[in-house]
Design a binder for this molecule. Structure first.
Ligand SMILES: *[C@@H]1O[C@H](CO)[C@@H](O)[C@H](O)[C@H]1NC(C)=O
Length: 139
């Protein structure tokens, strides 16, 4: 009798863990949203920067907007040669990478997830990218 308690307790715990883990994929497939958001960022002219966008929304189109202008879903962002999307889209990673920042990149950015069968359009908070020109660079 006394031996049963130490044996059963771990089994019960394992049962709880297994039940909990089994429910995770179901929960992930119904909750649609951002798991990483961009933040207001300051960068020195000439440096690279990355704005985060992590999305849990399978099958949705994700794109960035710069001052309200949509950059399009193509990860190479052909209209902006210094821009591209970084990360693995199958894992919901759509980080905006900007090479060699100049003052034309100083703008407001947001990450947009298109409407799909699983839910409506989602838009991240609008964040400011501030590019410090050479003359403003701290000594
Ligand atoms: C970014 O900065 C603006 C203006 O300073 C502020 O209103 C906003 O709350 C900030 N956003 C984030 C995500 O920190």
């Amino acid at each position: 009798m006394a031996l049963r308690i130490p044996i059963q307790a771990p089994l019960l715990l394992m049962g709880l863990l297994t039940t909990g883990l089994a429910q995770l994929p179901i929960a992930a497939s119904v909750s649609r949203g951002f798991w990483a958001l961009p933040e207001n960022t300051t960068v020195v002219e000439g440096a690279a920067v990355e704005l985060q966008c992590g999305v849990s929304a399978p099958g949705s189109t994700v794109q960035w907007a710069k001052d309200g202008l949509l950059l399009g879903p193509d990860p190479r962002i052909p209209s902006f040669p210094r821009y591209h999307l970084e990360g693995d889209p199958t894992r919901g990673e759509f980080h905006l990478h900007i090479e060699a920042c100049d003052l034309s990149d100083d703008a407001e950015y947001e990450c947009q997830v298109g409407r799909s069968e699983t839910g409506p359009e989602l838009v991240s908070p609008r964040v400011l990218l501030s590019v410090l020109g050479m003359s403003e660079r701290p000594p």
